[in-house]
Ligand binder design. Structure first.
Ligand SMILES: [Zn+2]
Ligand SMILES: [Zn+2]
Length: 338
């Protein structure tokens, strides 16, 4: 038998006992060891995640040990692994060009199907990546960091760039770290003073930008009038996304990681005079995950620069309602299962 934490309906998490699953051919059975809590989980719990159905076992930021493998799978039992939670169809137009992150028919573990807030989880063996030398709590946030890493790759960031990451939440803190790894001069911007102070203390960034004050004026003085050559938006705020069109360097690139239920519009002469490049950035691919693991292993990126809270599997349902409140100061939380 095994225990799962089920989100029965918005605001309600329950323990459920079920039989331990068995891996089918091509699958792996993972003994879950750590689970990162993400905005998606918070929105699903809060009942404001569109197209979400209940009951659902949440959890898509996962690490664990290979417990057993199905027929035809050659993975070492007992070894640590992290999960790539995006299950792609493999033959749509995006998959055919290697862009599995934006598959037309994507299914995300813990979102569209039951996830990893449980003791054992079966998944396609191709989506469990054996990785030694990185602790489970860090492996659990590889997915979150990979989203930031992907946005930096989308921005084609190099050491010649000045990058502004807008939004100092977990994704933005990750993106800022990968922009630094790429060698760029990097600013992080937010309206929240505590988040900016956290970013300043934890990350080796070049400057913070206070979005409560005149952002354009701050960028003007930080860049001697050049403005950032890449802006990566991780705010989830339509107004902020719209403003980025006027904060970009001529010849620069905007990368929208955020997704909002709104239309974003821009002034065409402003867009045109800069020869603006505008890109979306969705999920991440295996290359991004591998880049994250390399950076965690060599210390160039720190998971501690975002994980502020931890709990055990047994305590999670009781503590989660507290963590959802902004005043708790959770940037990122991790559940550990021993
Ligand atoms: Zn996530
Ligand atoms: Zn596809």
């Amino acid at each position: 038998m095994m225990k799962s934490i089920v989100c029965q309906q918005p605001g309600e998490l329950n323990f459920l006992e079920s039989t331990k699953p068995q891996p089918k051919p091509g699958e792996v059975l993972l003994k879950i060891r750590a689970i990162g809590i993400c905005g998606t989980d918070i929105h699903a719990y809060g009942g404001n995640q569109p197209f979400f159905s209940y009951p659902r076992v949440l959890g898509h930021e996962l690490s664990g040990e290979i417990e057993a493998v199905g027929a035809g799978v050659d993975l070492p039992v007992g070894k640590p692994a992290y999960v790539i939670p995006y299950l792609e169809c493999g033959d749509c137009v995006a998959c055919r060009t290697g862009k599995t992150n934006c598959c037309t028919d994507i299914e995300v573990i813990g979102v569209h199907r039951d996830g990893g807030m449980c003791e054992y989880l079966c998944l396609p063996a191709s989506h469990a990546v054996v990785t030694e030398g990185v602790p489970f709590d860090q492996l659990a946030v590889v997915e979150c960091l990979a989203i930031g890493a992907h946005s930096v790759r989308r921005g084609e960031v190099t050491s010649k760039d000045t990058v502004m990451v807008l939004g100092a939440g977990p994704i933005g803190l990750g993106a800022a770290q990968f922009a630094k790894v790429a060698g760029a001069k990097t600013f992080i911007a937010d309206v929240n003073d505590e988040r900016l102070a956290f970013a300043k203390a934890e990350l080796n960034i070049d400057a913070t930008v206070d979005c409560k004050n005149d952002v354009k004026a701050q960028l003007d003085s930080l860049t001697n009038g050049d403005f950032p050559t890449v802006i990566i938006d991780c705010t989830g705020n339509p107004g902020a996304m719209q403003s980025t069109f006027g904060w970009l360097a001529h010849g620069g690139t905007l990368v929208f990681v955020s997704v909002v239920k709104a239309d974003i519009s821009f002034n065409d002469p402003e867009f045109h005079k800069r020869e603006t490049t505008l890109k979306g950035s969705r999920n991440a691919t295996k290359e991004d995950f591998e880049h994250v693991v390399t950076c965690l292993s060599n210390g160039s990126v720190k998971s501690t620069a975002m994980v502020t809270h931890k709990t055990s599997f047994d305590d999670f349902p009781a503590i989660f309602p507290e963590w959802v409140k902004p005043q708790t100061g959770v940037v990122k939380a991790v559940i550990e299962i021993n």
